[in-house]
Structure formats: structure tokens, C-alpha cells
Design a protein around this ligand. Structure first.
Ligand code: PMT
Length: 396
């Protein structure tokens, strides 16, 4: 957790600042808030102070009667300054090194880490000067969170680039910024979600995988600095930012997508619930309903992970095992048969974990014989534990 100074500048998105402050505090961050005079035309100091749980640093409070200078104090206090919303003007000042107001002076006074959440009209965002300033800030080591494409605030402007990321997304970006990059250099291929094996254009065989486990691995690896390609079966989850997402439906499509990137990958985590069978006959037309019993003939799908194991080379290979009864023995058998470094055993029949849930309860079986039983935890935490082991194998 970090000491975060949220600097609010003058834009309509300033009304989202209290929500952002509350989310940051709920995550355990220590927060302070700074508001420019323009920001206070959109949002009251009181609502910012209540959300931040403390007073608002304003232009009037810049120089204290006791002689202390607020910009120096804030720059020393903050581990991160998050400017949200950030106007083109505030970015330009920081890029040029101006320091004639509390925010620009705080930034120039040596703020350790700075992140910008631009919010402006598309024409202003795409203006060559703003783009030049954005690149200058990046070159200075500042981070840019967004902007996003979407409805713009001013009346009659429609949609465009320049919308501030939502507070939840800003929180995610901040979390990533603060995460040590211990997987930098790793090229990681992750699979997630179910596959769909179509019988006809409207019917398919599938399973309840939501994709959450695999997406958690992809996001955690991204935050830790890895380059990530996520091969995803059909899910309702939004594509994670900063990750290349390849969408597939069937096991055969998943196989093709994974094998096509295998030579690139240094590690693979197969969290997808790949269907073991597909219908032998696929109809192009919707099959009419018939009163009589219908028998489906199924063909085995290729075992993608086994194929990867047969051509493993120096890669780190991680599989999952979804089991009911004799889980440990079956998972161990899969670990050896598929030539893996690690297999993550989880359970089909336990309430609140496995398919679809936010949490998981797993046993990690390693190639070297170690067996690590983890308590129930968020999938994101499970993902980090898996990645700790991937790192161990990857670094040799
Ligand atoms: O997506 P969620 O809702 O978050 O749920 C997560 C999960 C329960 C789907 C996930 O944690 C999980 O267990 N995924 C693997 C499920 C599975 O297919 O297990 P399996 O024991 O049938 O397969 C063993 C391994 O071989 C898996 O890594 C699987 O991806 C792989 N496999 C399986 C069949 C096949 N034809 N090709 C494969 O590569």
C-alpha cells in the first residue's frame, strides 16, 4: 500500500474524484487530495475532504502561516501523485517544468512517481502539442493512464478519445504501477475460459468456466512486467489492458492459436477448460427438433497441453487439473504424463471455488516432488503464487 496524492484538476470528470479517493482508501492506501481552483468549480472541497478523510490542499493553503511550503511537504510525502482528471494545461506545465501553482510546483519539487489520467476533448488530446507533452512526460518516467474512447462530456461532442478512465480502472493501473516488475523479460502464454464444440449453429457442448482464473494469471503477470498473450475461450470478461488477447471458440481453434505462439513463449499456463470431445458431425443448418432419441457421436479433441509437453524445450509449463475424488494421484499422473513443471489441482465439487467463482482453493504439485496446499484465496492471489513458481523455474 502506498501514500497517494490525488491531484484533481479542472474537468467534468472531477466529480469522480470522491469515488476514486474512497476506492483508494478501501484498498488500504493512505491518501491526500489536492485540488486546483478550476477543479473546485466542478466539485466542492467538502466532498473531496470527506472522501479523502482529511483536508484539501488548495492554492490558498500553499504557503502556511508557519512558513512551511505545502508543495515541498506534499512532494516528500507522496509515493505517487495521481493527477485525475488531468487537463491538457496541467500536463503541459509539468512537461515544460513550470511551477507557478501548487500542483506544478509539487511535481517539480521532486514527486517520486507521477501518473496522469487525461480527461479532455478529443481535439485537445490529439493536438500535436498535447501529444508532444504526453511523450515528454513518459520520457520523464511518468505514467499515462488512458484516456479512453467513449462519450465526451461537452454537449454535442458525441464519442471520442479523451474520456478519463473510470476510478476502478485507475485503481487497477495504479496497482500495476506499484507492483515490482520481477517478471520483466518473461514471455508468457496463458489460456483461459471454456471451449465451445458446436453441433449446429446454435447448439454446443461446453462447461461453466468463466475465464476468471486464467485472466487473473494474465493480469498478475502483466502487472509484474511480463509480456502476455492470452488465448481466451468465450467469456463475458472484458479484455485486460496491456495484454494481447486472442479470442477462440473451439478446442481446435485454441490449439491452433497456442501452437502458433509456442515458439515465442518462454512459459505457458493452461488454465482453460478445454473440451475433451467434439461432435463428429457438425450441421451447417440448425438441426430440427425430433421426437425420437438422438445419439451424439463424439471425437476426442487433441490434448493441447500434452502436445506442448512433448516439445517442451527450456519452457516452463503449467497445467491445471480439475478433479473430484482421487485428486492428488490423478493430478500427479497428469503432471508426469504431460511433462509439466507444475500442476494446479482444483476441485469441481467444492462450494465457492473452482468454476465461475472469485476464489479458488488449490494444491500445487511441482515436478521436483513438492506439494504445496494453499488455503482458499482470491484467484488473483492464487495467480501470484503460481507466478512465483513460474519465476523460480524460469530463472532456473
Ligand atoms: O475459468 P474459471 O471459472 O475461473 O474456472 C477456472 C478453472 C476451474 C476452469 C481452472 O482453474 C481449471 O481447472 N482449468 C483446467 C480445467 C481442465 O480442463 O482440467 P483437466 O484436468 O481436464 O485438464 C488438465 C490440463 O490439460 C488443463 O491445464 C487443460 O487446460 C489441459 N487440456 C485439457 C484437455 C485438452 N484437450 N487439452 C488441454 O490442453
Amino acid at each position: 500500500m502506498a501514500r497517494v496524492l490525488v491531484a484533481v484538476t479542472g474537468g467534468v470528470a472531477a466529480i469522480k474524484a470522491p469515488h476514486l479517493l474512497r476506492l483508494l482508501r478501501a484498498q488500504g492506501h493512505e491518501v491526500r487530495v489536492l485540488a486546483t481552483p478550476r477543479a473546485l468549480e466542478f466539485i466542492t472541497p467538502l466532498s473531496l475532504a470527506v472522501a479523502a478523510g482529511g483536508e484539501v490542499a488548495t492554492e490558498e493553503a500553499w504557503f502556511r502561516p508557519d512558513g512551511r511550503a505545502l508543495h515541498i511537504e506534499l512532494a516528500r510525502w507522496a509515493e505517487v501523485v495521481l493527477v485525475a482528471p488531468a487537463t491538457a494545461d496541467a500536463m503541459a506545465k509539468a512537461a515544460l517544468g513550470l511551477a507557478d501553482d501548487l500542483l506544478s510546483a509539487t511535481l517539480l519539487a521532486g514527486a517520486k512517481r507521477v501518473a496522469w489520467a487525461p480527461a479532455m476533448n478529443e481535439a485537445m488530446w490529439l493536438a500535436p502539442k498535447t501529444q508532444e507533452h504526453a511523450r515528454t512526460l513518459e520520457a520523464m518516467g511518468h505514467a499515462l493512464f488512458g484516456p479512453a474512447y467513449g462519450p465526451l462530456a461537452a454537449v454535442g461532442e458525441g464519442e471520442g478519445w479523451g474520456r478519463m478512465l473510470e476510478p476502478e480502472e485507475l485503481l487497477e493501473r495504479l496497482q500495476a504501477l506499484l507492483t515490482p516488475k520481477d517478471l520483466k523479460g518473461l514471455k508468457l502464454l496463458v489460456s483461459a475460459g471454456p471451449t465451445r464444440e458446436y453441433l449446429d449453429p446454435v447448439r454446443f457442448l461446453s462447461n461453466p468456466s468463466s475465464g476468471r482464473m486464467g485472466y487473473a494469471v494474465a493480469e498478475a503477470a502483466r502487472d509484474r512486467g511480463a509480456e502476455v498473450v492470452l488465448v481466451s475461450g468465450p467469456t463475458t470478461l472484458p479484455a485486460p489492458w496491456g495484454v494481447e488477447v486472442v479470442r477462440v471458440e473451439s478446442a481446435l481453434e485454441m490449439r491452433e492459436a497456442i501452437l502458433g505462439r509456442y515458439s515465442w513463449a518462454q512459459a505457458v499456463v493452461m488454465a482453460a477448460a478445454v473440451a475433451d470431445y467434439r461432435p463428429a458431425e457438425v450441421s451447417r443448418e440448425k438441426e430440427p427438433k425430433v421426437a425420437a432419441e438422438k445419439v451424439l457421436r463424439l471425437l476426442p479433441n487433441p490434448d493441447i497441453l500434452k502436445e506442448l509437453g512433448e516439445n517442451k524445450g527450456p519452457r516452463v509449463l503449467v497445467g491445471f487439473a480439475m478433479e473430484t475424488g482421487e485428486g492428488l494421484a490423478r493430478a500427479k499422473e497428469k503432471l508426469l504424463r504431460k511433462n509439466l513443471d507444475l500442476i494446479v489441482l482444483n476441485w469441481v465439487n467444492r462450494e465457492g471455488v473452482g468454476f465461475g467463482s472469485l476464489e479458488n482453493e488449490v494444491v500445487l504439485l511441482l515436478r521436483d516432488g513438492r506439494v504445496l496446499e494453499l488455503p482458499r484465496m482470491k484467484k488473483r492471489q492464487v495467480a501470484d503464487r503460481i507466478l512465483d513458481l513460474v519465476k523460480e523455474f524460469w530463472k532456473g
